[in-house]
Design a protein around this ligand. Structure first.
Ligand code: GUN
Length: 281
């Protein structure tokens, strides 16, 4: 039976670390500040943004809330990003995704100053990751690496399989695991014999966006299984992994909810403190 990796407890510890950083910054006269931009009124996004702002309050980060109507133009949003880039009191900028369909997310992500890119989505941040240079790492894969460290799971020499090739999760996850000396395979919708490839994994990361797709038939006995999925279904929030089926087979597994999700938010706090530190004395 797999150990359940407790994302809530770990996230609380990471937030506490960030809070220590925030206190130290305030002692030096700088209040760390995250600008949170939400365009439109998607209830899911609004709820994420509320949780991020609550985390900021708990950690001692000032959050500045920018709610824009769904009909905001590209030029208006770019003007806001420019203003936040220029504001020395703002250390991190988060534009909640997805944006309404008429807006170009790539142009907005590129517009954010790399020094304030606490999401780690900017091409410069991703390029630094590829090159192995210090920089902001995307919060979800960074949170997964933190979970592995906390549970003494060293990817060195492991065969890691990442299912999903998104720029936000799959690609940076693969690069971080590679940096941690795993042998990494990235799978996607066109992968042939996906269950067979997954069954080779010592470490399986599911970031697909399909409720409970990964069942025991995809999992090698004793594998570590990380579930990045957040799917809202009639039975509530479920991951990409069929937890009940996989838990008896795996050696460690993250639950949904209470796994990767809270860690993603905690890493945003860590990145914001790092951005403020870099701006400080
Ligand atoms: N939408 C879903 N997850 C995220 C995230 O981590 N950052 C941003 N900006 N938008 C998201």
């Amino acid at each position: 039976m797999a150990t359940i990796i407790d994302g809530n407890a770990l996230a609380a510890a990471v937030r506490e670390r960030a809070a220590v950083g925030a206190r130290s910054l305030r002692d030096r006269g700088l209040t760390p500040c995250l600008a949170v931009v939400l365009v439109g009124d998607d209830p899911g996004s609004a709820s994420y943004v509320r949780m991020k702002e609550r985390d900021c309050a708990a950690v001692g980060i000032e959050s500045r809330d920018h709610r824009l109507p769904a009909e905001t133009t590209q030029a208006e949003l770019e003007a806001l990003v420019d203003a936040l880039n220029a504001d020395v009191a703002v250390h991190g900028i988060l534009v909640q995704m997805p944006l309404p369909a008429h807006l170009d997310p790539e142009a907005i992500i590129e517009r954010i100053s790399p020094a304030k890119d606490v999401d780690g989505f900017h091409p410069e941040s991703l390029g630094r990751l590829v090159r192995g240079l210090p920089g902001f790492r995307a919060c979800t894969p960074a949170g997964v690496m933190e979970m592995l460290r906390a549970y003494d799971i060293d990817p060195t020499g492991m065969r890691a399989v990442v299912v999903g090739r998104s720029t936000i999760v799959g690609k940076p996850m693969a690069l971080l695991l590679l940096e941690a000396n795993a042998t990494v395979t990235v799978c996607h919708s066109r992968t042939r014999d996906l269950p067979g490839v997954c069954r080779q994994a010592d470490l399986l990361v599911a970031a697909i966006g399909r409720p409970k797709m990964i069942d025991a038939s995809y999992v090698k006995p004793g594998a570590v299984v990380i579930d990045v999925g957040i799917n809202r279904t009639e039975e509530g929030m479920v991951g990409d992994v069929d937890f009940a089926s996989v838990q008896p087979v795996a050696s460690a597994i993250t639950p949904v909810p209470g796994g990767v999700g809270p860690m993603t938010r905690a890493m945003l706090m860590v990145n914001t403190i790092a951005a403020a530190e870099a701006a400080c004395c």
